[in-house]
Structures are given as structure tokens and as C-alpha cells.
Design a protein around this ligand. Structure first.
Ligand SMILES: [Zn+2]
Length: 203
């Protein structure tokens, strides 16, 4: 139990820092048409209980394929930490809104976990990737269900800050991709573990 909590806390802090750090990049283009002073997050960002619980739940679903409680909790934790960029809004500087809601961010976060752990925990890498997808999925879902509107993200930031629009059931496809990526990787990791074990018992 204590191990689980340590594992979850440590990796959540790392992910939160990556997310926050990445979002800072969004503050480096004050003259871009894609940046603006977003405003106090408590006022403008619609931070509600449903929003927070939804992100955690969607993220936890991503982790289900691992069949392991620590990755399921981490999925939820990573998913909500993607909104760490809201903290930057307190600075009243020109920012790219939702900077870390991007595929390059998902890849960078996975790669950092890969490097830190020297490739020893591939499930953690894909959970980080999937959590970003689940976050985007829930933002689309919430916009559609609660506000009957589309929503947009700088999906390829920082390479282009152009926002990409999503609507309706787009969230479902994105969520499914996240779930499948994590499930497939978990299956491969498990298979390799079983093979290694079999080889050990043979010799
Ligand atoms: Zn968001």
C-alpha cells in the first residue's frame, strides 16, 4: 500500500512538472495571434466539480487495461494534472490556452518517463500518453453535453499554435484510442513477463 502511494505521488509530481513546464512554452509567443491574456482561472476556466471528477474518471478508464490499481489511479491523476497550466493564468501574461492539450505534449511526457526509468516501465509511458487523450476527450464531451458547443485545442503545439476544433462524439474515438494503446502495451508487457518467468523456471 505504502509502495503504491509513493509510486503514484512520485510520478504524479513528475507529470505535473512536465505539464506545467510545457505550458510555460505557451507564454513565449506574446505577439502571436494565438496567445492572449486568458484571465483568472477561477473566473474564466469553468473549474467545477463535474469537470474535475470527469477528468479523473476518464483518465482512470484509460488505465483499466493495465489491470493494476496504481496505473488506474495514475491515469486519473495525470489527466487532471494536464490542467496545471491554469496556474499560469494567475500571472496575467499572454498565453496559449490549453497548451498541453496536444499530441506532441503526450509524446514528450511519455518520452520523459521512458528516459527517467530507462525504458523499464512502458506501461507508465503509455498511461501518460493515454491520459492526455482522455483529457482532451473529456473536454470535448463536457463542451458537447453541458454547453452544446464545439471546443478547440492547439493539438500540435508547440509546432503550430493553430487550434483544432472538435465536437459531438469525437471524444469517443479519442478515448477509445487511448484505452486501446494502454491495453495493447499492457498485454505485451505481461506476455514478456510470463515468457521471462517460464525461461527462468526451465533452467
Ligand atoms: Zn482541459
Amino acid at each position: 500500500m505504502k509502495d503504491h502511494i509513493k509510486f503514484i505521488l512520485k510520478n504524479s509530481i513528475i507529470f505535473g512538472l512536465i505539464s506545467f513546464g510545457f505550458s510555460i512554452i505557451g507564454g513565449l509567443f506574446p505577439s502571436s495571434e494565438h496567445t492572449s491574456v486568458i484571465g483568472n482561472p477561477l473566473v474564466v476556466s469553468g473549474i467545477t466539480i463535474e469537470h474535475i471528477v470527469g477528468h479523473i474518471f476518464w483518465g482512470a478508464v484509460i488505465g483499466l487495461g493495465t489491470l493494476s490499481i496504481r496505473y488506474i489511479v495514475l491515469g486519473g491523476s495525470f489527466a487532471i494534472l494536464i490542467d496545471a497550466d491554469h496556474l499560469l493564468q494567475f500571472l496575467d501574461i499572454e498565453l496559449v490556452s490549453r497548451m498541453s492539450h496536444s499530441i506532441p505534449f503526450a509524446i514528450i511526457a511519455s518520452m520523459i518517463f521512458f528516459l527517467i526509468l530507462r525504458g523499464k516501465d512502458l506501461r507508465l509511458c503509455v498511461v501518460a500518453f493515454g491520459a492526455v487523450l482522455s483529457h482532451i476527450a473529456f473536454d470535448i464531451f463536457l463542451a458537447d453535453v453541458a454547453y452544446r458547443t464545439d471546443t478547440e485545442f492547439p493539438l500540435f503545439s508547440p509546432f503550430t499554435l493553430e487550434a483544432v476544433k472538435f465536437q459531438g462524439l469525437d471524444w469517443l474515438g479519442i478515448q477509445i484510442v487511448g484505452v486501446v494503446i494502454v491495453a495493447v502495451m499492457s498485454y505485451l508487457v505481461k506476455r514478456k513477463e510470463i515468457r521471462l518467468k517460464n525461461n527462468l523456471t526451465k533452467t
